[in-house]
Design a protein around this ligand. Structure first.
Ligand code: C5P
Length: 220
């Protein structure tokens, strides 16, 4: 069984503002995506990394890969309009056996620990589909288009979901093909697998594993 990682890095960073997509901005003098890639590159359980990004960033990304000697990055594929398209394009460009494990991780979550990635790989080796998340502390409400509350959810069984998310290759590929043929859109890979009727297990993630979304997150 091999372990392969897909890094979707084709977001334009609309919520973040500025010209350069946030995955290419620097923290401590190093691009956010380089921080993220270094984590996965350094874990011996991981065999290969593939990244999806916009065509105009292929050269920049190749330079980063060379500069930080990220030897496990084997391919860059073109990202798509939706995150789901970016992940699918990477997935169909991977050569895998059905039992291989695929991890999908946001380029803009550089703070995940090696320990947690290893825990996830081990759990997914047994359970097939495992994702990270944190139980929510806040009360969560659903609102209508006028911001009027329509429902208060029971927070005892609500989790905020993170990446990496890990899946057996054949399950993920079949689920993506079903989603694409039905025009089903999922905001994470788990939603796509759930749509195929497959159980996904949630494992406790890490508070530090934030998704850099707005400028304040970089300062943090
Ligand atoms: O859009 P969001 O902030 O949730 O993005 C999460 C990750 O998905 C980021 O790493 C972003 O670059 C990536 N993404 C992508 N293709 C898109 C949109 C987002 O690869 N079309």
């Amino acid at each position: 069984m091999k372990v392969k990682v897909i890094i979707p890095a084709s977001g334009s960073g609309e919520r973040f503002g500025g010209k350069t997509p946030k995955q290419f901005l620097k923290i401590d003098g190093k691009e956010i995506i380089a921080h993220t890639l270094e984590k996965f590159n350094s874990i011996s359980l991981i065999d290969e990394i593939i990244i999806s990004t916009q065509l105009e960033y292929f050269v920049k990304l190749s330079t980063i890969i060379k500069k930080y000697n990220l030897k496990k990055v084997k391919k860059i594929t073109e990202g798509g309009k939706l995150r789901q398209d970016s992940v699918y394009n990477a997935l169909i460009n991977l050569e895998c056996d059905r039992d291989d494990l695929i991890l999908v991780h946001d380029a803009v979550r550089p703070f995940i620990s090696n320990k947690k990635i290893i825990e996830l790989v081990k759990a997914a080796g047994k359970e097939k589909c495992v994702i990270l998340g944190l139980p929510v502390n806040e009360t969560i409400k659903r609102v209508d288009k006028n911001n009027i509350v329509t429902e208060t959810l029971d927070r005892n069984n609500v989790w905020a979901i993170q990446t990496p998310q890990a899946f057996q290759y054949s399950i993920l590929l079949n689920a993506f093909e079903k989603a694409m043929s039905e025009n089903f859109i999922g905001t994470d890979e788990a939603a796509i697998v759930e749509n195929a009727g497959i159980d996904v297990k949630v494992m406790e993630g890490e508070k530090r594993n934030i998704k850099i979304t707005v400028k304040g997150d970089v300062r943090l």
